[in-house]
Design a protein. Structure first.
Length: 412
């Protein structure tokens, strides 16, 4: 069942009656089995037995293409946290949202594209594919953030580097964008523990690099956000416990490569950021969550942030772990949507751990905004892909500017 590479799977209609907020409505959730296959054409298995055509981890990010109801879904580095050689890939899908339909959310896989470097070598999630001595030969890749440019270029935020890269529609990397050295660890290793202090005194923590990516509505800037604080931003105490609160947002101009940085305050050092999505030129949605599933889940929240009054911290070598000095201002932050609110029926035994993707789609027939939220199933065969569709009243997204696309965006 569900073994064919081209499938159409309907979502579940979720009815909560009068308990659904008048301004926000959960229209439904589409589910795809964790054993579904993709369209990569790969026939072998990874060393752990996972089929290389497994349609897994694809909720790590979602991006609207600007074309009909088509989106790109991003798979992360693969199963077993980088312990196996799993080729990196993106998936082009159709997501149909019919608010009054019996199956209000439907997902259909259209295409799977394998990612390669500039020389055509496949990128892989394997930890041991790192080239510490010759970084230009590195194939180790953990794609986590995804956006589509106005011309159809695929932009990916990568966690190992961390990197922000541009790919063409055939999956070949065409350029890497400027990322300040402060984000990169001084020493790379196949063993994540060896990338922590004292081996490294700066750069991203292992598995806490760039996790989300936004693009400005005019398509001129990208915004990559780290999952957690950089090592030099007092991320860890002497015992290695996470105590730092400030993630960094990196703004990159696609015109001249200039960058700025902003501080995002976590609600709790134990939490992490999974995604960032542009509302307009200065406001964004940020998905912040804990690492728990089921009844243990405590934080799966989407915040609305504003860069307008935030300080550019590019020249600040080290941020304090708890409070910024009076001379520095973080981004402003307010709760937009709590995914564990009882009205949605998400909290409880079946609550997923990894809510990781956010995307606006085309407006709904009644004029409300469509917000899609995706879940990374970690390539677990018993955990389905989930795509949640929320209808947002226009008043709750005042100032929203849809992304601009050229007429030929998304064409093959």
């Amino acid at each position: 069942m569900f073994r064919q590479p081209c499938w159409l799977l309907a979502g579940l209609l979720l009815c909560f009656g009068s308990s659904v907020d008048a301004e926000v409505e959960l229209l439904g959730v589409a589910t795809v089995p964790g054993t579904a296959t993709d369209r990569s054409g790969l026939e072998d298995q990874a060393t752990d037995g996972t089929p290389l055509n497994r349609f897994g981890g694809q909720g790590s990010a979602i991006a609207y293409t600007g074309k009909g109801s088509e989106y790109w879904l991003l798979s992360d580095r693969g199963p077993k946290d980088g312990q196996v050689d799993f080729p990196c890939r993106v998936h082009r899908v159709e997501i149909l949202v019919t608010p009054k339909g019996q199956a209000p959310v439907q997902v259909r896989l259209l295409e799977t594209v394998l990612l390669t470097d500039e020389r055509g070598r496949r990128l892989t999630g394997a930890l041991d594919a790192v080239e510490a001595v010759a970084p230009e030969k590195n194939r180790r890749y953990d794609p986590e953030g995804l956006r589509v440019g106005s011309d159809g270029t695929i932009y990916i935020a990568e966690e190992y580097g961390p990197l922000v890269d541009a790919f063409n529609l055939q999956g070949r990397r065409i350029r890497s964008l400027p990322v300040p050295a402060a984000f990169r660890p001084l020493r790379l290793s196949r063993n994540p523990a060896e990338e922590l202090p004292p081996s490294n005194t700066r750069g991203r923590q292992p598995n806490r690099g760039f996790e989300g990516l936004a693009i400005s509505p005019d398509g001129q800037k990208l915004y990559a956000i780290t999952q957690g604080p950089l090592i030099q931003d007092n991320a860890l105490d002497a015992a290695g416990k996470r105590v730092g609160r400030f993630c960094r947002i990196l703004e990159i101009s696609l015109q001249d490569g200039k960058t700025r940085q902003f501080a995002y305050p976590l609600d709790d050092p134990r939490y992490g950021v999974s995604e960032i999505l542009a509302i307009n030129e200065r406001e964004f949605l940020v998905l912040e969550r804990d690492g728990q599933a089921g009844p243990a889940a405590r934080c799966k929240k989407i915040f609305r942030i504003d860069l307008r009054e935030a300080s550019d911290i590019s020249s600040v070598e080290s941020l304090p772990g708890k409070d910024l000095p009076a001379s520095l201002r973080p981004v402003s932050k307010q709760l937009f949507l709590d995914l564990l609110d009882p009205r949605w029926g998400i909290a409880g035994e079946q609550c997923p751990e990894k809510f990781e993707g956010l995307a606006f789609g085309p407006d709904l027939p009644d004029g409300r905004r469509l917000l899609l939220v995706t879940v990374d199933n970690d390539f677990l065969p018993d955990q389905p892909l989930r795509v949640y569709a929320f209808a947002i009243d226009r008043a709750d997204l005042a100032g929203y500017q849809p992304q601009q696309f050229s007429p030929t965006t998304g064409s093959k």
